[in-house]
Design a protein around this ligand. Structure first.
Ligand SMILES: [Zn+2]
Ligand SMILES: [Zn+2]
Length: 123
């Protein structure tokens, strides 16, 4: 059990999703139940790398705990080498070479670019 569905919930801006994740994690004693894996982790960690200085230390601690839980640096590097399909053109790219739209949580390649209909940004 984890809280990936909170991170992947397109109904809220990603900042609000992370805020909720940190709230749940803190409320439940900072256990492993709310830590993220897979695409949910990728999204939150990518966002964190861009914006972490703007936020509460608990956000950084939550991300660090998730980072450790997936297996640390080796697992992160392996994740970046995984392939994902662009939601627009279907082409496959390594995660390190494709963006993720925080509005719809679909991957998008840099040739296709941002989704005009999405309010999110490309990570
Ligand atoms: Zn594309
Ligand atoms: Zn989108």
């Amino acid at each position: 059990m984890n809280s990936n569905h909170v991170a992947l919930d397109c109904g809220l801006p990603i900042e609000e999703r992370i805020s909720e994740l940190v709230r749940l994690w803190t409320r439940d004693g900072r256990g492993t139940d709310h830590l993220l894996t897979g695409k949910a982790f990728y999204a939150v960690y990518s966002w964190h790398l861009k914006y972490w200085t703007d936020h509460d230390i608990a956000w950084a601690e939550f991300v660090a705990a998730s980072f450790d839980a997936i297996g640390g640096r080796d697992s992160w590097d392996a994740m970046l080498r995984e392939r994902a399909a662009c939601g627009s053109c279907g082409d496959l790219y390594r995660l390190e070479n494709i963006g993720l739209c925080t509005g719809c949580m679909e991957y998008t390649c840099y040739a296709c670019g941002a989704h005009g209909s999405c309010t999110g940004e490309i990570l």
